[in-house]
Design a protein around this ligand. Structure first.
Ligand code: BMA
Length: 821
């Protein structure tokens, strides 16, 4: 065991673990009686995969054959060496166990757990022996536990036929409308021995606020002690220090530190992300350091304005007194097996979000309380984070043991995440209050508990007590009052799902909500992702693998409905793949541009969803292999600081210039009505003068806004500087009189890839290059480019392999809408 003075010494227990099915379990022959090496932290599925005992659950329909894993009890076992020291306590510390575990040390039970979202600590000093020690963690099947609770407490309605609401475990593990059903078990976070004497820091909770220009840190400390002596807690941050004595017999202390005029932490796009180290130490009466804790904090103020106004109830976030229009994306676990998500992978995903001009991630309530790496990266990169408490799409029981588990879990997580400046909002649940209102739950519940007490009483009390610096909102969606429908767009946050489920995406224009916390549209993943995951030959929209990797109810029919409304009929799978991806991008671009054009009323949009957890047809912008779908490029455009967009207004059309940057936007903009063969029919030039963080709406003259021949004309609006062009069409693509596409293309080698230059001989509608069809490693810098005759564009392709020029400039790699007959 490592020693450093008298400070708590920590011994990680990551080595020597093995895994086996519990005796008597009903498992396949090759598993029964076998013991395999286990990775800790890790989970059963990934261990069995590493041992070559199961097929990759993400490929084809392998998932189906692996359901037995979640129904099995599993035994993790290791032997570790230990030498007794003088420590008064030696604790077995488990940061996360998934989920229903019994722990024994040297044959003696040390504890039982049933909550994946909590950490546990057991005093094991009396059980340790010099030399070899045997640690066994047995996981009971999560299904068996959940089904027993369901039986005992009475069923409760939920969105999927799985008992995920009867166990405190990542809900989407039981399958979702974008996720596989792979019910895990395992030691999913750090595990080790902590040896200490006298006392240790049990929790440290810095609450950071601004008082004018001064930063204020109210530091709440809890100690655990074995000796009744006075202790000293010392804290230091940005040159400020404080000391406090915790008298014998007491467990808590509060220190207040004031930092004069600190450099502030800002969300990205608004300023720098300055962080200040904070060091906390605990001292014995003789001055010896017993324990220490360090972190980085950020000074920033935070306000959520929900004071009713003439439009309803706003939902407007301000950081450092600057209102931030939220350009958000919803975040789901990036892998169905969370222990595979490395810091590098999170960093890559965050950088993809940032490059798409995103400024907020909402951590959705069917996943997890996100990791240290997640929050540290968000702090570092200036991404704001909204964290849901972990309740999603179900009525949750409030009886024991759940009430106590939820209270303990919430207190632990609110404390753990208090130091991170990126965390700006806690939400009570995902869609559960809405579900109770609208999804026929009330009759089915017959008066049983459903979670109301969590969202409207317990959780706000815990946040209010432990972290009053952060706003709490009872649900997503939520209107601010039980007297108002929870999904009323005029009040608080709203989810818009009639678009996608039943209505065309142009319906987004019927909403001028205060804040859209979810809206989304599906598309398949990238071609290379499909090819890696599916062995269907040929691939078809309904081939077996495609069908298995589409989890949404009626998903394919909804995709088809969207295509029928807008686009020409696909002739083959390649057309279908391109057009469904294009339609997803169009739907969300239309929604975001519309909502942003109403930024006086609407204070934010959170697109459903940034990422995926496996290869699947879903609402994501980045697929399960990390490849960007066309939606990602559309999002980058629609979420740019400066957005030029043509919007219907008052029976005509308007040019709206939205400026979410910190400097005024002054430019001259031209708007031309032009035919599909490139002849201008009408033109106007306007002057844009858009202050920072605002928008300007300019009505367009009637001669521009009204076409002579709707199916042969479009509007092209352009402003100098950073804004790309805005287009407006008077008819759907399927009605447009598009000329057959023709272009000239050149390909030249560049460092690490190829540059493809395309010159349009005809109009080219949403020209997109899919280099992953030639080389799975290939990426491209731009997509969805519409060119008028004579115009050119350049695609820069990065790839490991050599890409054949002829293939790179022809279907199905380079294509546009009007290459479809
Ligand atoms: C909402 C989300 C998710 C779901 C998505 C797509 O209900 O909160 O639960 O995956 O819509 O259906």
């Amino acid at each position: 065991m490592q020693r450093c003075g008298d400070i708590v010494s920590r011994q990680a227990l990551y080595d020597g673990w093995t895994l086996r099915a519990a005796p008597g379990a009903q498992v396949p022959e090759e598993i029964a009686g076998r013991s395999v090496p286990a990775t800790v932290p890790g989970c059963v599925h990934t261990d069995l995969l590493d041992a070559g005992l199961i097929e990759d659950p993400y490929l084809d329909d392998n998932e189906r054959a692996l359901a037995w894993i979640g129904r099995t009890d599993w035994v993790y076992q290791t032997t570790f060496d230990h030498r007794a020291g003088d420590d008064e306590r030696v604790d077995l510390v488990c940061a996360g166990l998934d989920t229903v575990a019994t722990l024994t040390l040297n044959g003696v039970e040390v504890g039982r757990t049933a909550n994946m979202h909590r950490g546990y600590r057991f005093d094991v000093r009396p059980l340790l022996r010099d030399g070899n020690n045997d640690l066994v963690v047995t996981f009971e099947s999560a299904y068996r536990y959940a089904e027993a609770q369901q039986e005992r407490l009475g069923d409760r309605p939920n969105a999927y036929p799985e008992p995920f609401h009867f166990i405190r475990k990542m809900a989407c593990n039981f399958g979702w409308d974008w996720g596989p059903t792979l019910v895990t078990a395992g030691i999913w976070q750090e595990i080790g021995l902590h040896a200490w004497s006298t006392a240790r820091l049990a929790t440290v909770r810095p609450l950071v606020t601004m008082n004018g220009r001064d930063g204020r840190v109210e530091l709440h400390v809890e100690v655990e002690r074995v000796a009744d002596v006075p202790l000293t807690v010392r804290a230091i941050v940005a040159g400020a220090r404080a000391d406090v004595v915790v008298p014998a017999g007491q467990r808590t202390a509060v220190l207040t530190l004031t930092v004069r005029d600190p450099e502030l932490w800002w969300p990205r796009g608004y300023g720098d992300q300055v962080r200040h180290p904070i060091e906390v130490t605990l001292h014995a009466p003789d001055g010896v350091t017993l324990d220490s804790w360090s972190h980085r904090i950020g000074f920033r103020s935070l306000r959520l304005d929900t004071t009713p106004d003439e439009h309803g109830t706003p939902f407007s976030l301000s950081v450092n007194d600057v209102p931030v229009f939220v350009r958000g994306v919803n975040w789901i676990p990036d892998d169905a097996f969370p222990t595979r998500i490395t810091r590098d992978r999170l960093a890559e995903r965050f950088d993809q979000a940032i490059a798409a001009n995103v400024n907020l991630l909402r951590v959705w309530g069917g996943g997890r309380y996100e990791s240290v790496d997640f929050y540290d990266l968000a702090d570092e990169r200036g991404l704001l984070v909204q964290q849901d408490f972990l309740f999603a799409c179900a009525a949750y029981p409030e009886e024991e043991p759940f009430a106590s588990e939820v209270a303990a879990e919430a207190a632990e997580q609110v404390t753990r995440l208090a130091p991170y400046p990126s965390l700006v909002l806690w939400t009570g649940n995902n869609e559960n209050i809405w579900g109770w209102h609208d999804w026929d739950w009330q009759q089915a519940l017959a008066g049983r508990t459903w979670g109301r007490g969590y969202y409207l009483d317990l959780l706000p009390r815990i946040v209010g007590e432990l972290d009053p610096t952060r706003p709490y909102w009872p649900g997503s969606p939520w209107s601010g009052s039980e007297a108002i429908h929870p999904n009323d767009p005029a009040h608080g946050t709203t989810h818009i799902w009639d678009v996608w489920n039943t209505d065309d995406y142009t319906k987004y224009r019927e909403y001028v909500p205060r804040f859209v916390a979810e809206f989304g549209y599906q598309a398949p993943p990238a071609y290379a992702t499909l090819r890696r995951a599916l062995s269907d030959e040929p691939l078809a929209p309904d081939s077996p693998g495609m069908a298995h990797h589409q989890k949404a109810a009626g998903g394919d029919a909804k995709l088809q409905r969207g295509l029928d409304a807008h686009l020409p009929a696909p002739a083959d799978f390649d057309d279908w793949h391109y057009l469904t991806q294009l339609n997803q991008a169009r739907a969300i671009q239309l929604g975001v541009e519309h909502f942003r054009s109403h930024r006086d009323v609407c204070a934010g949009t959170i697109v459903w969803q940034l990422n995926d957890c496996w290869p699947v047809t879903s609402w994501s912008a980045v697929d399960g292999d990390g490849r960007r779908k066309p939606l990602w490029y559309a999002l980058r455009h629609a979420y740019a600081d400066r957005l030029l967009t043509v919007q219907p207004r008052d029976g005509g059309l308007a040019l709206v210039a939205v400026n979410d940057g910190g400097t005024p936007w002054r430019a001259s903009a031209s708007v031309t009505r032009v035919t599909v063969t490139g002849e201008p029919r009408a033109k106007t030039t306007v002057h844009l003068d858009v202050p920072a963080y605002s928008s300007v709406t300019l009505a367009l003259p009637a001669d521009l806004a009204r076409p002579d021949e709707g199916c042969r004309e479009l509007l092209v609006a352009e402003a100098g500087g950073t804004a790309e062009r805005a287009l407006w069409f008077f008819a759907e693509d399927r009605e447009m009189d598009w000329p057959a596409a023709a272009w000239d293309a050149t390909v030249e080698p560049v460092d690490g890839g190829r540059r493809v230059r395309v010159t349009a001989r005809t109009v080219l509608r949403d020209l997109t290059l899919f280099p992953d069809r030639l080389d799975a490693s290939a990426t491209v810098d731009t997509a969805l480019v519409t060119l008028l005759p004579g115009e050119s564009t350049t695609f820069t392709v990065q790839a490991d392999g050599l890409l054949e020029p002829a293939a790179l400039t022809a279907r199905p790699v380079l294509r546009c809408v009007n290459d479809i007959a």
